[in-house]
Design a protein around this ligand. Sequence first.
Ligand code: SAH
Length: 273
Amino acid sequence: MHNRPEHGTVYLVGAGPGDPDLITAGGLRLLRHAEVVVFDRLVHPDLLDCIRMDAERIYAGKAPGKHSMPQEAINRILIDRARQCRSVVRLKGGDPFVFGRGGEECLALAEANIPFQVIPGISSAIAAPAFSGIPVTHRNISPAFTVVTGHSCTPSRSPDWNALARVGTLVILMGLGRLDWIVGQLIGAGLNPETPAAIIESAATQNQRTVSGTLRTIGLLSLGCTAPATIVIGEVVSLHSRITWFNKGPVSSDRALHDSFVYNQPPTASVLL
Ligand code: SAH
């Protein structure tokens, strides 16, 4: 699967969150052979080290103090480079379809008759809790989890918090800025204010930090937190102290074995990790 990229095809590749080891083997192989790589802000720099020296690198994220590249401009670049018969990897943090606007890019490519493939990635929605020792589902505790964005949460454009308060574990991405408001909605919808809640900052990196409390206290606790952060609300958070395992070393227990598996076919013009 995904041995070599084909010319004129766009590959939407999920990079996973934090640790560069979290990209899939197929995604990494495509990345190493790509002729053009269009990448986002949350992509780990080590992943960029394995791009071919002669490949074109295009940063589509937000520079400090600047706006990010408009989505239409990104779509145009993908279409334009594919029409030049080059193999294009569109590298996105986490999974391309989880709040990554990957669907919009696929629609634009389909409309322009450009072949594309999607290589899913590990979303921070499950990886951040996992790295913090919080299983998003757990027998007899939570039979379901829901992933919601806090970004578009305004009184006029808001998910149904009454429904969300009843689904089991709630995972909120991009929620730091509106956490107070979200907490108010959930308590108003009947969720117990003593429900355990946690914020996981910079999951799967050396800077990972988990702040835990309850629905009632989490808004206040969030004041000392920085993005990127994933918020988890639900009884499963109480398992965190017993399942904590991440000691901020490399994810692979045996890096040498891992390297021989993933990097066994070095291309001629690339830098190895
Ligand atoms: N497509 C991505 C999500 C993009 S939205 C995915 O599937 O993971 C960006 C949000 O993802 C951030 O605001 C934060 O809520 C979450 N996030 C990304 N990287 C993270 C990390 N290393 N630790 C915790 N949360 C992270």
